[in-house]
Design a protein around this ligand. Structure first.
Ligand code: NI
Ligand code: MN
Length: 227
């Protein structure tokens, strides 16, 4: 399994046979180094309806004939825009050809801002992704919650990808507490330093989160983690 950071909350997961992209916000993202046009994938996972997560999902799914995976409202919306979509919801899991996905809670919003007003896209989610014997937890956008203990207990996590940017999500101290609750082997921070309001020092997060014994792996944009 190879995990590549494409900036903000966007990651590419490559297995021997499949490629997944999560939260593909590339167009209009000042930190993105690749264009949505150049993404090749089989599945597009979307944690919630905010523009910096659903982003280029429909365009990428259409150009690749890929399937969007998200909560019922996100998936149905993308389906109506012409993409293949598989609807799920919180607590549910499904076996896909690449492995399993299970949606978790996230404490956040999920409205899509359009010229015609906000479109409600259900409750926001986190995603457990089980591929090639590894368990990845992409927390989406969320505040800290105690049920992270349960998520880590039920599904021992190899890699936890957590927002640390504060303002819209957990900041550094709460994300460090999340690492204690989730008890993953490896932690990768996300959702920081992309634009205003979420500027934080990732080295401070590394120092604080390492106290729980997890390996904190700060990825530069374009850098990969392999396991
Ligand atoms: Ni959001
Ligand atoms: Mn966000």
């Amino acid at each position: 399994m190879k995990l590549t950071f494409l900036s903000h909350s966007c990651f590419l997961i490559e297995t021997a046979d499949h490629t997944l992209i999560i939260d593909p916000f590339l167009t209009g993202n000042p930190k993105a180094q690749v264009s949505a046009d150049d993404i090749k994938c089989d599945y597009v996972l979307v944690t919630h309806g905010h523009g910096d997560h659903i982003g280029d999902a429909v365009a990428i799914a259409k150009q690749n004939d890929a399937t969007i995976i998200g909560n019922y409202e996100v998936a149905t919306y993308c389906g109506k825009k012409g993409a293949n979509a598989h609807p799920m919801h919180i607590g549910g899991s499904w076996n896909f050809p690449f492995g399993k996905v299970k949606l978790t809670i996230a404490h956040h919003g999920s409205g899509l801002d359009t010229d015609d007003g906000f479109i409600y896209l259900g409750n926001p989610t986190g995603m457990l992704i089980f591929v090639e014997g590894k368990t990845i937890f992409h927390a989406g956008d969320t505040g800290l919650f105690l049920d992270m203990k349960l998520i880590g207990e039920l599904h021992p996590i190899d890699v936890a990808i957590l927002p640390i940017g504060d303002n819209f999500t957990m900041g550094i101290d709460d994300a460090a507490k999340a690492v204690e609750f989730l008890n993953p082997k490896v932690v990768i921070p996300m959702h920081y330093n992309t634009f205003g309001f979420i500027e934080v020092d990732d080295q401070e997060f590394k120092q604080k989160a390492s106290a729980s014994g997890a390996e904190v792996n700060i990825l530069e944009v374009g850098q990969s983690y392999e396991n």
